[in-house]
Write a protein that binds this ligand. Structure first.
Ligand code: B12
Length: 135
């Protein structure tokens, strides 16, 4: 399965991004890592060009909301039925609660939202979700 990943917007925190690439490869995914400082439009282009199954966006500085809220517009424009949209990391600025944050990102079109969740826990849930989607 193909995964496009990277860190959204003006965010330059790179360490988790490297770990995500390594972990996804170890789990058998083909990874297209766009790295830090990547804008939503660039992610969408890459998903189309690679015919990806998953878009996995990471955000650490907490500013993803502003960069990602147009996802639903791209989902209206292109047929992304087979694509699973995932976002994780620190999804708000300052002290934020998952129960406030997750519904917002879901309303933008993300299928799976991981706010301050360990990477491997999130990837386990992603794999389970993909298995169920295929069956
Ligand atoms: C190193 C660091 C920096 C370095 C980054 C160097 C680099 N090129 O990577 C520098 C000094 C440049 C920096 C800058 C800034 N930083 Co900084 N930085 C950190 C720090 C200390 C460590 C981040 C890190 O690398 N951790 C190691 C990785 C492995 O852990 P992680 O990032 O937590 O990632 C894990 C999870 O988040 C998760 N995860 C991540 N993505 C995803 C995706 C999915 C799908 C899943 C399931 C899980 C997942 O998996 C990872 C592994 O378990 C953190 C504080 C901290 N202790 O975490 C602050 C922190 C991330 N930074 C912060 C801030 C605010 C900034 C600045 C805005 C500061 C400023 N005022 O200038 C700038 C932003 C720059 C920018 N444009 O993005 C805040 C973010 C706060 C928020 N979200 O509310 C933090 C949390 C510090 C704090 N407590 O305030 N930073």
């Amino acid at each position: 399965m193909k995964v496009v990943t990277g860190v959204v917007g003006n965010d330059i925190h790179v360490v988790a991004n490297r770990l995500i690439e390594i972990s996804l490869k170890e789990r058998g995914f083909e990874v297209f890592n766009l790295g830090v400082n990547t804008y939503l439009e660039e992610f969408i282009d890459a998903v189309i060009e690679t015919d990806a199954d998953v878009l996995l966006i990471s955000s650490l500085n907490g500013e993803a909301e502003g960069w990602c809220r147009d996802l639903f517009l791209y989902k209206q424009r292109f047929n992304f039925d087979k694509v699973t949209f995932v976002i994780g990391g620190n999804l708000g600025v300052g002290e934020t609660k998952a129960e406030d944050i997750i519904p917002k990102y879901k309303s933008y079109g993300f299928d799976l939202v991981f706010h301050q969740i360990d990477l491997n826990e999130g990837l386990d849930i992603l794999e389970k979700y993909l298995k169920e989607k295929r069956s």
